[in-house]
Write a protein that binds this ligand. Structure first.
Ligand code: URA
Length: 243
C-alpha cells in the first residue's frame, strides 16, 4: 500500500468536505478543530493522515482519503440529489459527505430497502457498476403471489424485458418461503428485479438488497444508518458470493 503523505490541516479539512479552504482556515482559527484529541490553532500545521481522528465543531471525524460507505437504505427515500417525490438518501448522511461529492453506487428504487454503497471514488463506482465485472447483487424479494418452480426456472433461464430483446437471467434463485425468494443478478438494468418478476407473471411487494459480491448488509446496521467500509469489506465487494 502507498505510504500516506502528511498534509496541512487546512488541506485535510478541505479534502474531508468541511467547506472551502477559507472556511476550513476559519474553523481552525476559531479553535473548533481538534487533531487526535489536541486543539490545533495553526491551519498550516503539517499532519500525518494515517489513523487520524478529527473533531470539527463538535463532530467526530475519522480521516479517509476516499469515502467508501455502506448505508442501510430505508423505504421512501430516493437515491438522487434532485428528488421528485421523496426525500433524498443524501439528507441522511453527514454534510461533509455531500460537500465532497459522494454518489450512490447504482441506485435503488424509492421503495427498495437494504444495502446501498456510497462513494466519492469514481473509479470504484465504475468498477462496482459495470456488468463486465460480473459482481452479483442479492435481493430478497417478497411477491404478491406464490412463487412456482416454473417461475424460478424461467428466472434462471432468462426472461425478455420490454426495452431490450437480450434476455436477462438470475445467476441464482433460492426459495425462502411460498412468496419469498433470494435472487442474484449481475446487471443493473432499470427496475430490473421488478420487471423480471413481472415477466414471469408475479409482482414484487417488497424488495430488499442483502448482499453485493460477498459483502452482506451488517445485521447491526439499522435503517437510515451508515458505516465506513474497511479495506477487507471492499475486497469482499469485488468477490462473488459462493455457498
Ligand atoms: N431492481 C429493481 O427493480 N429495483 C431496485 O431498486 C433494484 C433492483
Amino acid at each position: 500500500m502507498a505510504k500516506v503523505k502528511p498534509l496541512s490541516l487546512e488541506k485535510i479539512l478541505f479534502s474531508q468536505g468541511f467547506g472551502t479552504r477559507r472556511y476550513c482556515n476559519d474553523l481552525v482559527y476559531a479553535e473548533l478543530v481538534y487533531v487526535n484529541g489536541q486543539l490545533v490553532t495553526d491551519p498550516d500545521l503539517t499532519i500525518q493522515t494515517e489513523a487520524l481522528n478529527l473533531r470539527v465543531d463538535g463532530q467526530e471525524w475519522a480521516y479517509h482519503e476516499k469515502a467508501y460507505i455502506a448505508f442501510h437504505k430505508p423505504p421512501n427515500y430516493e437515491c438522487s440529489h434532485k428528488t421528485k417525490h421523496h426525500p433524498s438518501v443524501y439528507g441522511l448522511l453527514p454534510s461533509p459527505f455531500i460537500e465532497r461529492g459522494v454518489q450512490c453506487v447504482g441506485r435503488l428504487d424509492h421503495d427498495t430497502t437494504g444495502l446501498l454503497l456510497i462513494s466519492d471514488d469514481g473509479q470504484f463506482i465504475h468498477q462496482m457498476t459495470t456488468p463486465k465485472k460480473n459482481i452479483g447483487k442479492i435481493y430478497r424479494i417478497t411477491t404478491s403471489e406464490s412463487i412456482s418452480q416454473l417461475q424460478i426456472k424461467q428466472l434462471l433461464e432468462g426472461v425478455v424485458l420490454d426495452d431490450d430483446p437480450r434476455p436477462v437471467n438470475a445467476k441464482d434463485c433460492v426459495q425462502l418461503e411460498d412468496r419469498q425468494i433470494e435472487m442474484t443478478i449481475v446487471e443493473g438494468r432499470y427496475h430490473q428485479v421488478k420487471r423480471m418478476i413481472a415477466a414471469v407473471g408475479n409482482h414484487v411487494l417488497l424488495l430488499h438488497r442483502v448482499m453485493i459480491g460477498s459483502y452482506q448488509l451488517p445485521s447491526d446496521l439499522e435503517e437510515g444508518k451508515w458505516r465506513w467500509l474497511t479495506v477487507e469489506d471492499c475486497a469482499l465487494l469485488g468477490k462473488n458470493h459462493t455457498k
